[in-house]
Design a protein around this ligand. Structure first.
Ligand code: GLU
Ligand code: ZN
Length: 477
């Protein structure tokens, strides 16, 4: 590659960081880092009615949390390419739009909403599949223009699509793609309020910011010929495009923001105690497959391994199980101190005279290999401290057995006499009971677990007893 690689992630601040957006950002980031280029965050905020206060900042924060750090952004400006928010450069778009009008590549359109929807309806009733502006404003006379102005109409600017042209490009993900210009109507590039549309602003910005490649969602594929027409009129070189496949849910349906079975926003994962390394790794495999089916990649390994030729060209399935597996993998891999530090905010609320910060942190270690996300510790600890005794049939039967009574009273008796409570002493206590009564296996352990925790599964018994302390355990028995 001769030019310095410059790629961008260009979110609209109309919401918080979504899985799809995070994936686009991640692949642009990997692309930049792989080729020693720059990764830029540009804010496409021209849809002013849909912008949300705080969305821009939170998106950038969430990306940083993931380890996707921009080389340039509204907060890290390179004056040569600034501003990084589209609404701060309306005059620039205006200048370029006027240039196209002057050259005859764009024209003013005075049609109002009503006229346009009439036009649409008429075309639909004539069996036209996709609406195309009928160009009625392409050659207005002076008088007609004057009349519209008198009526107080403010024009928008439309791009005049060439006829009979095919736009071909080599998509980084799908190979050669082509569109016929005749299928595309003259589209608006500047709205009557002086704000550019996405398709126009994106071209002006990608050109001025010297963007070399752009990886984005498949939903933008059909925008690409419109953008290529603009590049052609300006005689600018377009970047290389790559359109990533859709993300589907396990039922094979396109992931929609309303799909409540899958958490969609990065902030939700953060709050539940997913680790950024796990999400990074997961997103990486949500659009890319390694040659040898390797699954675990650190950021550095992902940069090294990444090869745009292996971007997947079939839909990527969002597999919750895989994400959970990865998160538990990364939790297990944490060293004890960083685990304690990360888990503490989730269990802080249990801090009390009895449970000092240090003790809570020690206790949290018992859960390290058991959980899929850090917030699980909170739930599991809460279940231990405030158990709910709702037994299923099997557990009820177990508790009604004569052997269960025997085991429980022996256990109670021996526990109250035990000198020290730890793994070894509790284990040998169970062994003694087994020897004395010949009761073993489930019949030996389960009644005690059920009485102490209300549940038939969970941490090792000796850890539970260590956490709860002898008095509490005796009273529950
Ligand atoms: N602002 C657009 C979006 O949110 C960016 C699309 C592009 O990358 O060109 O999808
Ligand atoms: Zn018009």
């Amino acid at each position: 590659m001769d030019k310095k690689v410059r790629v961008r992630y260009a979110p609209s601040p109309t919401g918080y960081l979504h899985i799809g957006g995070a994936r686009s950002a991640l692949f642009n980031y990997l692309f930049a880092k792989k080729y020693n280029g720059d990764f830029i965050i540009r804010i496409e905020d021209t849809d002013i009615e849909r912008n949300i206060e705080g969305a821009e900042k939170s998106q950038i924060d969430d990306l940083e949390w993931l380890g996707i750090i921009a080389d340039e952004s509204p907060y890290k400006v390179n004056p040569r390419y600034a501003p990084y928010r589209q609404m701060e450069k309306l005059d620039v778009y205006r200048k370029y739009a006027l240039e196209l009008v002057e050259k005859g590549y764009a024209y003013y359109c005075y049609c109002n909403e009503e006229e346009l929807s009439e036009m649409k309806e008429e075309q639909l009733s004539n069996g036209v599949k996709s609406f195309k502006y009928d160009r009625r404003c392409l050659s207005l006379t002076e008088e007609e223009i004057e009349k519209y102005k008198q009526e107080g109409r403010k024009p928008c600017i439309r791009l005049k699509m060439e006829s009979g042209v095919t736009f071909k490009f080599n998509d980084l993900v799908r190979g050669e793609v082509s569109f016929k210009s005749d299928d595309i109507g003259d589209f608006v590039i500047m709205k009557s309020n002086g704000i550019p549309t996405y398709n126009f602003a994106v071209v002006v910005d990608d050109h001025l910011m010297e963007i070399t490649h752009c990886l984005r969602g498949e939903e933008h594929l059909s925008n690409t010929p419109k953008q290529l027409q603009i590049y052609k009129y300006f005689n600018w070189e377009p970047p290389q495009f790559g359109h990533m496949t859709i993300i589907i849910n396990p039922n094979g349906k396109k992931l929609s923001k309303r799909d409540h079975n899958i958490l969609q926003f990065m902030s939700q994962y953060r709050e539940l105690g997913y680790l950024p390394e796990a999400i990074f790794n997961f997103l990486f495999l949500l659009g890319w497959t390694s040659e040898d089916n390797k699954e675990i990649f650190s950021k550095e390994e992902a940069i090294k391994a990444f090869d745009p030729a292996r971007l997947s060209s079939s839909p990527s399935m969002f597999d919750n199980k895989r994400l959970e597996y990865m998160n538990s993998y990364y939790i297990k891999a944490l060293d004890e101190n960083s685990y304690k530090e990360k888990v503490y905010p989730f269990i802080k609320e249990f801090e009390s005279n009895e449970f000092s910060k240090e003790r809570l942190e020690e206790i949290s270690l018992y859960f390290k290999n058991e959980i899929t996300k850090l917030s699980d510790v909170k739930i599991m600890l809460n279940d231990l401290l405030h158990p709910i005794y709702e037994f299923d049939e099997e557990s009820k039967e177990m508790l009604q057995k004569e052997s269960s009574n025997v085991v429980c009273s022996l256990f109670k008796e021996k526990l109250s006499k035990l000198e020290k409570i730890d793994e070894i002493s509790i284990k040998s206590l169970f062994k003694e009971i087994q020897k004395e009564t010949n009761i073993k296996g489930k019949d030996l352990y389960m009644p005690i677990r059920l009485k102490i925790t209300g549940k038939n599964h969970g941490l090792e018994m000796y850890h539970i007893i260590e956490i709860l302390g002898r008095d509490l355990v005796l009273s529950r028995l």
